[in-house]
Design a protein around this ligand. Structure first.
Ligand code: ATP
Ligand code: MG
Length: 489
């Protein structure tokens, strides 16, 4: 099931040295990936959950210490080893402060490196339940319960901090499960309106005929069944925030009425002529492309501009894979907390699931015993999976894994839903994106074929025999392909 081979990232700018070390590590059974700079290393770390990172300290650009720090931040369980030049122990100490496990000084024998590596892996295994790392990880990358550390999420937090205190209308777009509702609640929570109500209304969940009365309220006898006067959601949200979910499904008549609310901040209840003024911040959300609906004549352009004052776009999870480890940890903690706060507590009020306070934080109970982790192999599958249902789907997968864990504190591949177990780390998955308007598959594949053949010929100085080997082809097959490609170009 689990892959016994350890995945290792080797960072070194001196190419001959790097290749020599990589080869020797590969001979000892490590799966080695190479990076020639700190920048490349950080990029590779974002895409893949390595078990081990070995990095030179002195690198042009981002140095080894910073690479270690980034690696440990992303994967608290990674084993990081640094290589120092000229016996500069001070730098090594600094790197260890930033999360490196150990160091070797240049020049070194490969056996020395292997020894350091083995003992690090052994200690790492013994300390695999060190909760303190996880405690450190918490609370650093969040905005009102939204977790994320990828670039798009950091930009989102910045944007939210800026716009939350205002009363500007916000339009949140994003695929299902990307967090549109949590973001809208977070905006309300960090605005001066938090003293008042956050009222959510899903426009697609209420039959068209009732939606108008739901939003604006009605007076007695306004329609069959309208027995009394009733406040609508707009009035309930006065001084607070009204969240209009799936706003793209509104009928043209309602779109018109909503436009007036946004322009004048006033409306009438259904069946009434008395005008009511409200002070409401509107946050709308949609998982359809409203601009496209405008172009197709399905959504009022003027309303679109009124809603889209501040556009907030939530990226799909597959485009910010580096958030996955953090989200996994976040959900582990949540479900673990729920578990221990659940029925077990009633059996005995002390002992199992005892709630303790985090040091220095009197308001946040947390459970000290048993912290969950995911094996690196499980993490790799989680990061390779494309998550069509985004964060919600990840949340469900983790909840299920925790339920299946049966007393173990480490989640492994077998605890994940089948489709995620089968997720393959593919070198191409980050390269191949399906464009909005589709793709000409044959032409696309031919393009990739041409590119790979060209590169292998370049690498082998035009030697077709060797190039064919790199591509796992017979020489004659390569020659045929070359002829065919020449013809088609
Ligand atoms: N960045 C995040 N950090 C923590 N939890 C998140 C994050 N994004 C989403 N979630 C969680 O994922 C679940 C789905 O989020 P939410 O309901 O806000 O999605 P949505 O975009 O409104 O989806 P839909 O379009 O299907 O209504 C929620 O349980 C939410 O708590
Ligand atoms: Mg939603």
């Amino acid at each position: 099931m689990a892959d016994p081979q350890k995945h290792l990232l080797l960072v070194e700018d001196e190419t001959p040295l790097r290749q020599a070390v990589a080869e020797q590590l590969a001979d000892r059974g490590y799966r080695v990936e190479q990076a020639d700079s700190g920048e490349t290393a950080i990029q590779k770390l974002a895409d893949f959950a390595f078990d081990i990172i070995i990095t030179d300290l002195r690198l042009p650009g981002i140095d080894g210490s910073a690479v270690v720090e980034a690696a440990v931040e992303l994967y608290p369980h990674i084993v990081a080893i640094v290589v120092t030049g000229f016996g500069t122990v001070k730098d090594a100490v600094e790197a260890i402060k930033r999360g490196a496990w150990d160091f070797v000084s240049k020049p070194f024998q490969i056996d020395e490196l292997l020894h350091v590596l083995d003992s690090a892996l052994e200690q790492r295994r013994l300390r695999s339940e060190n909760a303190y790392l996880r405690a450190q990880l918490e609370e650093r990358y969040r905005f009102e319960g939204i977790v994320g550390k990828s670039r798009p999420m950091k930009l989102l937090f910045q944007l939210l901090e800026t716009v939350a205190p205002t009363s500007s209308t916000i339009l949140i777009t994003g695929e299902t499960g990307t967090g549109k509702e949590v973001v809208s609640r977070a905006i309300h929570q960090s605005s001066p309106r938090r003293m008042h109500r956050f009222v959510a209304l899903n426009c697609s969940a209420i039959p068209e005929t009732l939606l108008e009365a739901e939003i604006f309220g009605h007076v007695r006898g306004a329609f069959t069944g309208a027995v009394g006067n009733r406040q609508g959601r707009l009035e309930q949200a006065n001084k607070g925030t009204l969240f209009l979910d799936e706003v793209g499904t509104m009928s043209p008549a309602l779109q018109m009425k909503l436009l007036r609310v946004l322009q004048e901040r006033e409306f009438e209840r259904v069946g009434d002529s008395h005008t009511i003024k409200v002070d409401v911040r509107v946050i709308a959300a949609t998982n359809t492309d409203l601009a496209r609906m405008v172009a197709a004549g399905q959504f009022r352009e003027d309303l679109f501009y009124r809603l889209n004052v501040i556009p907030v776009q939530l990226p799909p999870l597959r485009e910010r894979k580096e958030d996955i480890p953090l989200l996994v940890q976040h959900f582990f903690e949540r479900f673990q907390r729920q578990r221990y706060a659940g029925p077990e507590r009633r059996v005995s009020d002390r002992g199992v699931g005892e709630r303790v306070m985090a040091p220095g934080d009197r308001n946040k109970p947390f459970i000290e015993r048993k912290s969950f982790t995911a094996s690196q192999e499980a993490m790799r599958r989680l990061m390779a999976y494309p998550w069509p249902g985004n964060v919600r789907q990840l949340e469900n997968a983790i909840e299920r894994a925790v339920a299946f864990s049966a007393g173990r504190s480490q989640i492994d591949v077998g605890d994940l839903p089948v489709e995620i177990q089968q997720a393959q780390e593919s070198a191409l998955s980050s390269v191949v994106a399906l464009p909005e308007d589709g793709v000409d598959l044959d032409a696309f594949i031919t393009g990739i074929e041409r590119e790979l053949i060209q590169r292998s010929l370049e690498r082998t100085g035009g030697n077709k025999g060797q190039a064919a080997k790199l591509l796992n082809l017979k020489r004659t097959t390569l020659v045929e392909k070359l002829k065919r490609l020449e013809k088609s170009s």
